[in-house]
Design a protein around this ligand. Structure first.
Ligand code: AMP
Ligand code: GLY
Length: 433
């Protein structure tokens, strides 16, 4: 089998890596990929943009690609699946209609309300004055969200009414372009967040191991929000009892409601949950794709061949598969970031030590890296590498990841030293806000 993976992050490196562990996979092509996917055996990069649907389609047809797996939300929201399917390709990932579940927070909220999925109370506005008077009436803390895709930057958890008003003004002034035509204002929830990624063929839906990520840049979960500085799985806060409730109260309801709208959703449905101190949970958001960096801790624990699961989703026969099998133990990943991230940072720094790290048994997933003209791996983004360790328990997995990251170096390297501190200390997970 030949698989084409769309995207260039740590998530896509992890997908390609997992696929290539199977004897059934002859080759993986990453579009555009990164320095890690360029260096893997049986893997090659194709330098096309993720929204060059025609270019991707031509290549895939000419090279007899059996399956296309789409990593990021942007091409899904733009309809990559609809286009490639119309050309006769098999694609893992929802079509444009289904991707609205991530691409429009107002649409997702309406779906949750219709399906009676537990979620924060919310109101949608199309102009600033009405939004601001609603915020004044509700009081703070309160959450202000740009409706559309904003690369993870469209949400403000406002501690004061003034902060919420500023966020509303920024959105309607066009800070997020067309993503800011609507604003969703939501009740502020407290508790711990957990990511439940589930695979679906549109009829059956099966969760993967629950994961938690550390979103803040600083130790002790402080400072600015980032795309994620580390993650671990399986998140102990998501007990089997909780997962059983998520299955019936969230996942199955979401799929049934999508189906009632004639949306044939095949891919990942990712539910971002907030678990309150009393154990009740609400859905904060849905994503239409694998999480990053959650994927980098979930896939190393997956025993079932990934391509069997992905193809079963695409061919709508997930119910025929045996239960998803997992390796025992735990996984943790630590993100090595460029100095200055999530603010300004430099690129092009030579990365050393990844081979020593791999020799220590960790898996190094590349995110913002590329090969320069001298074929050296250099930094090319804010989050540069994910170092994943596995072990019998969290202590071992975390210690493994930190042993593995030590030999790695590039100018300005920064990583948090406390990934997983709450699972180890028994407090579990990151408290929000
Ligand atoms: P979203 O993209 O909607 O998940 O929002 C991004 C992040 O904002 C979430 O992961 C939470 O940390 C935070 N957030 C979103 N909605 C809420 C809410 N209603 N209450 C508290 N925090 C929230
Ligand atoms: N780790 C958060 C996300 O993938 O959206």
């Amino acid at each position: 089998m030949k698989v084409l993976v769309v995207g260039n992050g740590g998530r896509e490196h992890a997908l390609a890596w997992k696929l290539l562990q199977s004897q059934q996979i002859e080759q993986v092509v990453c579009v555009p990929g990164n320095g890690g996917t360029a260096s893997m055996e049986h893997c090659q990069n194709l330098p096309l943009a993720v929204d060059d649907f025609e270019g991707i389609s031509k290549f895939a047809l000419k090279n007899e690609i059996n399956l296309v797996v789409v990593g990021p939300e942007v091409p899904l929201a733009k309809g990559i699946t609809d286009y490639l399917q119309s050309q006769g390709l098999q694609v893992f990932g929802p079509g444009r209609a289904g991707a609205q579940i991530e691409a429009s927070k107002a649409w997702a909220k309406a779906l949750m309300q219709e399906a009676r999925i537990p979620t924060a109370k919310a109101a949608v506005f199309t102009e600033a004055a009405a939004a601001k008077s609603y915020v004044k009436a509700q009081g703070a803390p309160i959450v202000v969200k740009a409706d559309g895709l904003a690369a993870g930057k469209g949400v403000t958890v406002a501690e004061t009414v003034a902060q919420a008003e500023d966020a509303i003004a920024a959105i309607f002034q066009g800070q997020f372009g067309s993503a800011g035509e609507f604003v969703v204002i939501e009740e502020c929830l407290i508790g711990q967040e957990v990511s439940v990624l589930a695979l679906t063929d549109g009829l059956t839906i099966r969760p993967l191991l629950p994961a938690q990520d550390h979103k803040r840049i600083g130790e002790g979960d402080t400072g600015e929000n980032t795309g994620g500085m580390g993650a671990y799985a399986p998140a102990p806060i998501a007990t089997p009892e909780l997962m059983a409730r998520v299955q019936t109260e969230v996942l199955e309801k979401a799929i049934a409601t999508l189906r009632s709208k004639n949306i044939d959703y095949r891919g990942v449905l990712y539910a971002g949950l907030m678990i309150a101190p009393d154990g009740e949970f609400k859905v904060l958001e849905f994503n239409c794709r694998f999480g990053d960096p959650e994927t980098q801790v979930i896939l190393p624990l997956l025993e079932t061949p990934l391509e069997d699961l992905l193809l079963a989703c695409v061919q709508q026969r997930l119910s025929e598969l045996p239960p998803i099998a997992w390796k025992p133990g735990a996984a943790a990943t630590v993100v090595a970031a460029a100095g200055g991230y999530p603010g300004g940072y430099e690129k092009g720094k030579v990365i050393t030590g990844t081979e020593q790290a791999t020799a220590l048994g960790v898996t190094v997933f590349h995110a913002g890296t590329k090969l320069n003209q001298q074929q050296q791996v250099v930094t090319d983004g804010g989050r540069v590498l994910n170092v994943t360790g596995i072990g019998e328990n969290f202590e071992q997995a975390i210690a493994h990841a930190y042993t593995g990251i030590k030999p790695i170096d590039f100018e300005g390297i920064y990583y948090r030293k406390d990934i997983g501190h709450r699972v180890v200390s028994g407090k579990q997970g990151e408290q929000t806000p």
